[in-house]
Design a protein around this ligand. Structure first.
Ligand code: ADP
Length: 583
């Protein structure tokens, strides 16, 4: 009887979940209403409230009192109108106020996604009107072109500027940050001064072993060795530009506490993008926003620059070296389905610029690709908003339960294993459950609460009822889990980490989650100097690549914390190699 009841409840929930996932009816752009979101600006939080009708962005109200009046304040005052005019959040950032502009655009994007918008479609509409513009042609000469201003590109740009190089950095979106802004956990690094100060034993060898094991041993061992060896130095470099990551915790697949995060536990991606943007502004580097690289120029078997275009200009940028930092292809669902037909229709957590341009451009000049079909699902993605629930929630002690209220896996196995376990549950989803103590210690959770993703209750029974789970089962599961934490022994699934705190402080919270496309692990083949390798195994002179555009570092499964390590470490190496090559 109880079984029958939970089956009926599970089916009801599945139905409700499907109905809820349908955010905006197919023939309209938005679900009418006012939607709000926040993002971190230069001086504090920027708040954006977007009012939409079925097919129009009607009003955008921005508040950000802590922004500097002369720059950020102007962005706060003007970008709302610009978004209404363009009918997309992707408007030009205000020159000199990229941090505030980026925050406004990101918050407007989040708010519109809550309204059920397909942001790529909004951009399509805008691009259609742009096509009528007659473009001028312009030639620029420089030493290095950096393509893409996400984590890897901005790291390379800071390095190039500090070395006094002549370079340009292109970004196709109206804001910087790319997928890096979506990184929630932290950065893996071994033998760092923070680990030593906090008495955490770790080693380069262990970092290598964990990364290879996590990647199912198909990673390029030389790249992994470089990643691990240079990780502590990269943490020092981040310290030197004011982007310190002192809070260390555990992340899935690591054999010790290795993931480094901002002191207040906030999401690493936004934190680093803010710090990198601020540093670039301080150094006087202007990112060429809204400028898409379209083609690599080759002359006499060597890279000689890139072709690019903006709304009103076709550029020929002549340069000795090009650094591709264009990110992955997780937002290009056709390219995903081309390499992995089984993933057609899966939601993506990716930023809209992650369309694989760098991979296509590199292939056109003969670059080899590695592990291109290796695409990572993240196990905790809220499906109606595609918002990623950071791994730190599980790392700090949350559990996953299915619609019957039972745990079904060690929650801190690698992402592919946890995703597979979820897909094996009835309805192919689960709930992540945590308590007030965990919320109090993890700032990232506030965003989920603010966006209405959490179900909250004063008791476990009440939470179960709200989730249509039979209360007895969830109560038993929580009791068993808290006993396991007390005994430091998870007899059920052998979990050994993220067990420092039990879940006994009300209120209790749940977020319904399922897997989503998160990271494309394959890409352009590079060597340990970030030089791009062609299909004959030779270096393509003058072409360098770093970050998610490359393949080989993560193998068949990327560990949480290794994307940020990848962008900072290989972003630095790509810059050093390009600088050396230009000498
Ligand atoms: P990574 O983590 O490797 O740095 P990100 O996704 O954070 O990757 O950043 C990649 C950046 O490159 C994004 O901001 C994206 O919009 C940008 N980008 C992608 N393709 C192009 C292109 N063709 N021209 C210019 N910028 C691009």
């Amino acid at each position: 009887m109880v079984k029958l009841l939970s089956l009926v409840l599970a089916l009801m929930m599945l139905f409700t979940a499907c109905a809820f996932a349908e955010a905006a009816p197919a023939e309209t752009l938005f679900t009418p209403g006012t939607y709000e979101a926040d993002a971190q600006g230069f001086g504090g939080t920027v708040h954006v409230a977007v009012t939409v009708s079925e097919n129009e962005i009607e009003e955008v109200v921005i508040t950000g009192d802590a922004e500097t009046p002369a720059l950020g304040g102007v962005a706060v005052a003007t970008l709302g109108e610009a978004i209404v005019q363009a009918q997309t959040p992707h408007v030009d950032a205000l020159s000199g106020a990229t941090v505030t502009s980026t925050a406004i655009i990101a918050a407007a994007e989040d708010a519109l996604e809550l309204a059920g918008a397909d942001i790529a479609l909004l951009d399509e509409y805008r691009r259609d009107t742009d096509e009528n513009v007659v473009k001028e042609e312009k030639t620029i000469e420089t030493e290095i072109v950096i393509v893409g201003a996400g984590g890897a590109g901005m790291t390379a740009a800071i390095m190039a500027q500090q070395a006094g190089k002549d370079f340009v950095i292109l970004e196709k979106m109206p804001y910087v940050g790319g997928n890096t802004t979506k990184a929630t956990g932290g950065m893996n690094a071994a033998e760092t001064h923070y680990q030593k100060e906090q008495g955490i034993e770790d080693s380069v060898e262990l970092f290598v072993q964990d990364t290879m094991k996590g990647g199912h041993d198909i990673n390029d061992p030389a790249l992994v060795q470089t990643l691990a060896e240079q990780s502590a130095g990269a943490i020092d470099w981040l310290d030197s530009i004011g982007a310190d990551l002192p809070k260390i915790s555990f992340s899935g697949g690591a054999s010790t506490n290795r993931i480094h995060a901002p002191a207040d536990g906030s999401a690493v991606g936004n934190y680093l993008v803010d710090k990198f943007s601020a540093k670039l502004e301080e150094l006087g580097v202007q990112v060429m926003l809204n400028t898409t690289a379209t083609e690599l120029i080759m002359e006499d078997g060597k890279i000689a620059g890139v072709k690019a275009e903006s709304k009103d200009t076709y550029y020929t940028i002549k340069a000795k070296a090009v650094i591709l930092a264009t990110g992955g292809f997780g937002a290009n669902l056709d390219m995903i389905a081309g390499y992995r037909p089984d993933l057609r229709g899966t939601v993506t957590t990716n930023a809209p610029g992650a369309t694989g341009d760098g991979i296509v451009m590199a292939q056109a000049v003969g670059a080899d690709l590695v592990d291109i079909e290796q695409i990572q699902l993240h196990p905790t993605v809220e499906q109606t908003t595609s918002m990623l629930i950071t791994e730190s929630v599980r790392g700090d002690g949350a559990i996953l339960v299915n619609q019957s209220g039972n745990r079904f896996t060690n929650e801190l196995l690698t992402r592919d294993a946890v995703s597979a376990a979820e897909l094996a549950q009835q309805g192919q989803y689960a709930y992540i459950i945590f308590d007030q103590h965990l919320r109090d210690n993890l700032k990232a959770i506030e965003k989920y609460v603010k966006n209405g993703l959490t179900v909250q209750a004063d008791t476990v029974e009440e939470l179960a009822r709200k989730l249509n789970i039979y209360p007895y089962f969830l109560t038993m599961t929580m009791k068993q889990w808290n006993e396991a934490v007390q005994a430091q022994n998870d007899g059920q699934f052998g979990r050994t980490t993220g067990m420092d705190n039990d879940l006994t402080t009300p209120p209790y919270y749940a977020i319904q989650i399922a897997p989503g496309i998160h990271h494309t692990m394959g890409g352009v083949k590079i060597n340990t100097q970030a030089q791009v390798i062609d299909t004959n195994g030779n270096v393509i002179p003058g072409l360098f690549a770093a970050g998610e555009v490359t393949g080989g570092v993560h193998g068949g499964n990327r560990l949480g914390g290794n994307a940020v390590a990848d962008i900072v470490i290989f972003g630095r190496i790509a810059a050093e190699s390009a600088i050396e090559y230009c000498k």
